[in-house]
Design a binder for this molecule. Sequence first.
Ligand SMILES: Cc1cc2nc3c(=O)[nH]c(=O)nc-3n(C[C@H](O)[C@H](O)[C@H](O)COP(=O)(O)O)c2cc1C
Length: 202
Amino acid sequence: MLISLGPQAFIAPAPVLLVGTYDAEGRPNVMTAAWGGLCCSQPPCLSIALRRSTWTCRALQQRKAFTVSIPGRQMVGHADFAGLVSGRHEDKFRTLGLTPRTGEHVDAPYIEECPVVLELLLRHALELGSHVLFVGEIMDLKVRKDCLTPEGLPDPVRIDALAFVPMVKEYYGMGEFLARASAVGKTMKHEGRYPREVLKDE
Ligand SMILES: Cc1cc2nc3c(=O)[nH]c(=O)nc-3n(C[C@H](O)[C@H](O)[C@H](O)COP(=O)(O)O)c2cc1C
């Protein structure tokens, strides 16, 4: 039986994204965002939703560029701090001992210590209510060398990204490998649960 909890902003897991911007004075800042995710494949785009009161929201509207750094499990404290304190009052990079590197393609700083970094140009902004939805086009994906598979793809186990669960407000680590996508689903047809015609590549 499903129990209704009403209209709640909930999804599990949500990503833990560290959004990097330069403010109007050119100071690098980073904030944690869990309201975000991929939203287009071509051009590759990612969206984040920011409260208007955040320093990052203001910076993004001014500079039209941002980065997203994805922290590994050992950075859970850094990620939480960046979501508790505003760059309006504090140099979070310095407090956290993190290194701001200017993006190669965009006017925004990323976190050198993170295993995965995206550089984005702002393409759309949509006022939703408490939050503004920003859609950025991904200009570059960087993955730390030791977090690549031998085939040169991002290795989820080595990246060891964090997951956030809203409402209970808890962080989790990456779970274990379960199955390959676009493959395990095809085994279902043998159990007769899906008609053959809905499966691609048949
Ligand atoms: C796990 C976590 C997720 C968060 N997700 C968001 C989010 O998606 N959007 C948002 O506006 N604030 C979010 N916050 C709150 C901001 O990170 C926080 O207000 C931060 O201090 C803003 O920093 P800034 O003023 O330097 O931009 C989150 C905080 C935490 C701890």
